[in-house]
Design a protein around this ligand. Structure first.
Ligand SMILES: Nc1nc2c(ncn2[C@@H]2O[C@H](COP(=O)(O)OP(=O)(O)O)[C@@H](OP(=O)(O)OP(=O)(O)O)[C@H]2O)c(=O)[nH]1
Ligand SMILES: [Mn+2]
Length: 179
């Protein structure tokens, strides 16, 4: 039988597309935000060969609490405690100021579970691939460069999780002279 996406997975896609519907990425083309979360889940399925469905679902939902009116209670009711817990692990606390959130991403990366680390690696890979070709609107060259430096500090605390993803991230860091 041909494998097919589960109805749970399809509902995740539909939910994320709906919640992020008015949000755009910061690239000059103002790509719909949902493209990013689809990229992250696709990186995990295709490039990291992850078959753990809760991880692929949490990748689709990874920015939905941070960036929309969705709550963890919503995710738990709709998609269950496992998926919700993974999203919780990769969600920044938006009540903190930006500098503190950036510092905590580095510090908390090491304490994250291996399944949530996969999502974080794929998230950074997609953001960095985008930054190689685009400067987000309103960013200076210096800010773009500092994002690569910061992302490497986060990734350094996620290592030992997935060889494929780490090799691809390292290729980018090498290209930028950081490795
Ligand atoms: N590269 C890139 N990033 C974009 C774009 N549009 C939005 N972003 C988001 O911007 C964040 C980086 O910008 P910052 O100024 O450092 O952070 P902030 O948005 O949280 O204030 C990334 O979040 P992050 O905290 O690193 O990860 P996450 O929020 O995606 O988990 C990324 O998801 C885009 O067009 N290109
Ligand atoms: Mn993201």
């Amino acid at each position: 039988m041909t494998p097919h996406p589960s109805s749970r997975f399809m509902e995740c896609l539909q939910y994320a597309a709906h919640k992020h519907r008015d949000q755009r990425r910061k690239d000059p083309a103002q790509t719909p935000y949902v493209n990013h979360v689809i990229n992250v889940s696709t990186i995990l399925a295709v490039e990291a060969c992850i078959e753990d469905e809760a991880v692929l679902m949490a990748a689709i939902l990874h920015d939905v609490v941070e960036d929309t009116d969705a709550t963890f209670a919503d995710l738990e009711a709709l998609f269950g405690a496992d998926v919700c817990g993974l999203v919780r692990e990769v969600t920044d606390d938006k009540s903190l100021d930006k500098q503190e959130r950036k510092r905590l991403q580095i510090a908390n990366a090491a304490k994250t579970s291996p399944r949530a680390k996969l999502i974080k690696l794929a998230d950074k890979l997609d953001n960095l691939r985008d930054l190689l070709v685009n400067t987000p609107q309103g960013w200076t060259e210096e800010r773009r460069e500092l994002y690569f430096v910061w992302a490497k500090q986060v990734v350094d605390n996620l290592r030992g999780t997935n060889t494929n993803l780490e090799l691809k991230l390292d290729e980018i860091f090498r290209q930028r002279g950081l490795l």
